[in-house]
Design a binder for this molecule. Structure first.
Ligand code: GLP
Length: 241
């Protein structure tokens, strides 16, 4: 079931997301599912500010990230490991051993998928943060990813690689071709989900998620079956609703 919040700008979108996050982290020992991309950066800034101002502690919080590029070692400046440390983990008091991301620089990626899914399955994610790709992907579950998928290897679409080229010197050839991502079924196990989307280039994907047919052509449409999804949008992302 969706609850949709439409606000004026990105800062208000981030504030709405933070309100939901704060309710969960104040319990002290929550399990968070986290996303990369530009969409959650404002939320992460507010988490760091709240930690600094109010002492909200993450010592007993556990995190699982959605995905990682295959072929980038974790210290690469565009790895999602680096992104998460620069944009969140280095600013809060979470112990490194509580942080989980798939490793993109292993020899056996299939084994890494099995390892990650098994680790994730030991926990129940209290709150999963999601952005959405302009092609409707969540995590790196591109169109065609099965709704019953668990952590798996995904070939990135041309569209996604074009969208993400801005982080790789604007050169699509520098963008990795494959990723390891939590599957759609892994994501759906979270108790609560927030989706953050802003900008007109997300309007079609947002429409597909909320109003379109439930189809693997729009992976985010799987969320129509989840009992508790809060979708936080600016007017541009909501413009096709
Ligand atoms: C990326 C990530 C997704 C993210 C999406 C949107 O490729 N793998 O998890 O939600 O694309 O990114 P952005 O928020 O920058 O628009």
């Amino acid at each position: 079931m969706f609850r949709t919040i439409i606000t004026e700008d990105y800062d208000l979108v981030s504030s709405e997301a933070f309100k939901v996050m704060k309710e969960v982290v104040k319990k002290g020992n929550a399990v968070l599912g986290l996303a990369t991309g530009s969409s959650p950066i404002g939320l992460y800034k507010k988490m760091i500010a709240d930690h600094n101002a109010n002492g909200t502690s993450y010592k007993n919080i556990i995190t699982f990230n959605l995905d990682e590029y295959i072929g980038l070692d974790k210290d690469h400046d565009q790895s999602y490991w680096t992104f998460m440390h620069e944009n969140l983990f280095n600013g809060i008091d979470i112990p490194e051993e509580n942080v989980h991301l798939p490793a993109g620089d292993v020899e056996d990626e299939e084994a890494e998928c099995v390892r990650y899914e098994a680790e994730l399955a030991k926990h129940t994610v209290d709150l999963q943060v999601l952005g959405i790709g302009s092609d409707g992907h969540i995590g790196f579950n591109e169109p065609g990813a099965p709704f019953d998928s668990v952590t798996h290897i995904m070939e990135l679409t041309e569209q996604t690689r074009r969208d993400n080229a801005r982080f790789f010197d604007d050169d699509i050839d520098n963008v990795p071709k494959y990723s390891i991502t939590m599957g759609l079924a892994s994501i759906m196990r979270a108790k609560q989900i927030i989706v953050i989307a802003t900008g007109a280039n997300k309007a079609d994907a947002v429409y597909g998620m909320l109003k379109g047919p439930k189809t693997t052509d729009c992976p985010a449409s799987v969320l129509q079956d989840h009992p508790d999804v809060i979708v936080i949008l600016d007017r541009a992302a909501a413009s096709k609703l």
